[in-house]
Design a protein around this ligand. Structure first.
Ligand code: ADP
Ligand code: MG
Length: 599
């Protein structure tokens, strides 16, 4: 929906323009590593110096002791060449060692900030961005930035220095040959640039296709039940095959391209060597050049091939890093519409109020809640009853600020929820939703998400309330790792874990949205009995479909078309509100109640 205004302003741009500014804005991540970067630069520059000195020493060796058959002079010069060689190796090792230490931590800190940022961003953001997009920004893009800041940038400086200094040395040694060498640089740079341009296009296509394949694989795994039950395995497998073949073809193109490039890259300097040897031999014959100089010349010239050729690669790397920086900054720059307040309330009582609350989902035109007023006194429990689509889930998600109200306010103890610090709010309010999210960690970690300091007894108690004792029967008990979507658990088991998690958090306000929907009647009864104890101590807002759940509450609020039309006792509403009676009519308990009431 490209015309959707929300998508147009907030949605992701696949490939925003690369700019130096975006990269520059991320410089603060390098600040803690200025020392390492300096060490790397010094080590690399010293390495360049040594690599230029070695051929010059060899020249001295050939033109001096060897030309004059002075055997005594060979050893000291030879040893100095060997020493320089060892020094060069040490410098390379030093640079690499510093590099790997510093650079990885740059990526780690960027990744942490990005993750924190994603946590702050509102639900509306997450529903507009595909998780694949976020994933690739968090991985590929950050790696691209890391590669450039730790490797590319350094070698850009080092290679330019090496090329400049070596060319000056060559021109100085024998300028006609120096010119020949300088001239060969032109086709190499040209070829590298062209190669990089084509290569970037193909690499990006490979990346996109890898993403497609990953998405298909993920959908295949997550949706396996649906696929199987509709007998679509064959169809899905074909889709996967096609995507895999496309990826294979593109990868082959990529390999062919680089094979061609490297062949040419090898050939150009070899031609140059032939030319230099011919002209050099003439120079030596005329006495304009010594044999030692010719050897040094060729060695130096060959040492230029890599720095010149890699310029193309490095420039492409810079381009990639700049694009990546722009993409990552798109997330950092997103205004978090859920801005944390600062209020901390040490004496929370849990008085929850909805005051003239209006709500429209961000980016959608239709108003979901209109002028909702509801007062839940501290310790009181209100059951929220309403038809499907009446806005129950929307209403409950306003309390922990998964969304913010469009009008009016939600308060806890008289303070607007938007004024609480998010941390405080999340500790005041615990929620359990119909489709609970469990994370890829152990059952215990999932449970203690809201309270890392919970004792074993408290965990047991929460499991007891939620009738989630089944975790003890998992292969490794509480330490069993639960899949990303709690795949290995049934819907009811997941709901019970989520409920235990909410209870364990010991919130002042407990919000349950259809948390018991996937439970069988028997388990539901057990959960309800235990929940009654918990709800006695906290303020509760419980979405209910069955009379038995409603009976947990002190009063009932009926939500019709986004607004609360009736608040009262269950019996009262049952007797006087036909809409309420209808909603609970399918329920056997309600029928009993009804009989009782009418009797
Ligand atoms: N993310 C969303 N964006 C836009 N509209 C939504 C979204 N989620 C739900 N809705 C709409 O809001 C209305 C209320 O939904 P919801 O609160 O989930 O109802 P309930 O929980 O009572 O079944 C429905 O009409 C639904 O289609
Ligand atoms: Mg709902």
């Amino acid at each position: 929906m490209p015309d959707d205004p929300a998508t147009a302003t907030h949605g992701p741009t696949a490939h925003p323009p690369a700019s130096v500014t975006s990269l520059w804005r991320l410089r603060s991540y390098l600040r803690p590593h200025v020392w390492s970067l300096t060490v790397m630069l010094v080590a690399s520059m010293a390495g360049v110096g040594v690599s230029i000195m070695i051929p010059l020493r060899i020249k001295a060796l050939i033109d001096g002791p060897i030309a004059h058959h002075d055997h005594g002079g060979v050893l000291p010069l030879g040893l100095s060449v060997l020493g320089l060689g060892i020094l060069e190796a040490v410098l390379i090792w030093w640079r690499r060692w510093t590099q790997s230490n510093a650079v990885l931590s740059v990526e780690t800190s960027m990744r942490r900030d990005l993750y924190d940022r994603l946590q702050e961003l509102p639900m509306s953001f997450h529903s507009q961005w595909q998780s694949g997009q976020l994933l690739s920004r968090a991985t590929t893009d950050l790696s691209a930035i890391r590669r450039f800041s730790g490797f590319g940038m350094l070698f850009l400086l080092v290679n330019i220095t090496q090329v400049t200094v070596t060319t000056i040395v060559l021109l100085n040694m024998y300028w006609p040959l120096g010119l020949v060498v300088a001239a060969t640089a032109a086709p190499i740079v040209w070829l590298s640039m062209r190669f990089e341009k084509a290569y970037v296009v193909v690499s990006r296509r490979v990346q996109d296709q890898q993403g497609d394949l990953a998405t298909l694989a993920e959908e295949g795994a997550v949706g396996i039940r649906v696929i199987k039950s509709f007998g679509r395995s064959g169809h899905v497998a074909r889709q996967y095959d096609d995507a895999a073949r496309r990826l294979w073809e593109t990868s082959i193109t990529k390999v062919k391209l680089s094979a061609k490039f490297w062949t040419f890259l090898e050939m150009i300097p070899n031609f140059a060597v032939v030319v230099v040897l011919l002209l050099g031999a003439i120079g030596v014959g005329r006495g304009q050049l010594t044999p030692g100089e010719l050897v040094a010349f060729i060695t130096l010239m060959l040492s230029l091939v890599w720095p010149v050729a890699s310029l193309g690669v490095i420039l492409a790397m810079a381009q990639e890093a700049m694009t990546a920086a722009a993409r990552v900054l798109e997330i950092f720059d997103m205004a978090p519409d859920i801005v944390s307040g600062t209020t901390v309330s040490p004496t929370a009582r849990g008085h929850l109020r909805f005051e003239h609350v209006d709500f429209t989902f961000p980016g959608s035109g239709a108003q979901v809640l209109r002028d909702v007023n509801l007062d839940v006194a501290p310790g009181e429990t209100v059951a929220l009853v309403g038809a499907t689509g009446s806005g129950k889930t929307a209403l409950t998600s306003l309390v922990p600020r998964l969304y913010d109200v469009s009008g009016g306010r939600v308060t806890i103890d008289g303070v607007d929820v938007r004024d609480y610090s998010l941390k405080e709010l999340r500790s005041l309010v615990a929620t359990a939703f119909e489709e609970p999210t469990l994370f890829s960690m152990s059952a215990r970690e999932n449970l203690t998400l809201g309270r890392a300091d919970a004792t074993d007894e408290e965990v047991e108690e929460a499991l007891d309330v939620a009738q989630a004792g089944f975790v003890h029967d998992l292969p490794w008990g509480l330490d069993t790792r639960i899949g990303e979507q709690g795949m290995s658990l049934s819907g009811g088991q997941r709901q019970r874990l989520a409920l235990a998690r909410a209870v364990l958090a010991q919130p002042k306000v407990l919000v349950l949205d259809d948390t018991l929907s996937a439970l069988d009647i028997h388990t539901e009864k057990l959960v309800e009995e235990a929940l009654r104890r918990v709800l006695a101590a906290t303020t509760g807002l419980v979405v209910a479909h069955r009379a038995s759940t409603v009976l947990l509450a002190d009063k009932v609020a009926l939500l019709e078309h986004g607004t609360i039309t009736h608040v009262g006792q269950h019996r009262e509403l049952l007797a006087t509100v036909p809409a309420y009676r209808e909603l609970l009519a399918a329920d056997a308990d309600a029928d009993d109640e009804l009989d009782e009431v009418s009797a």
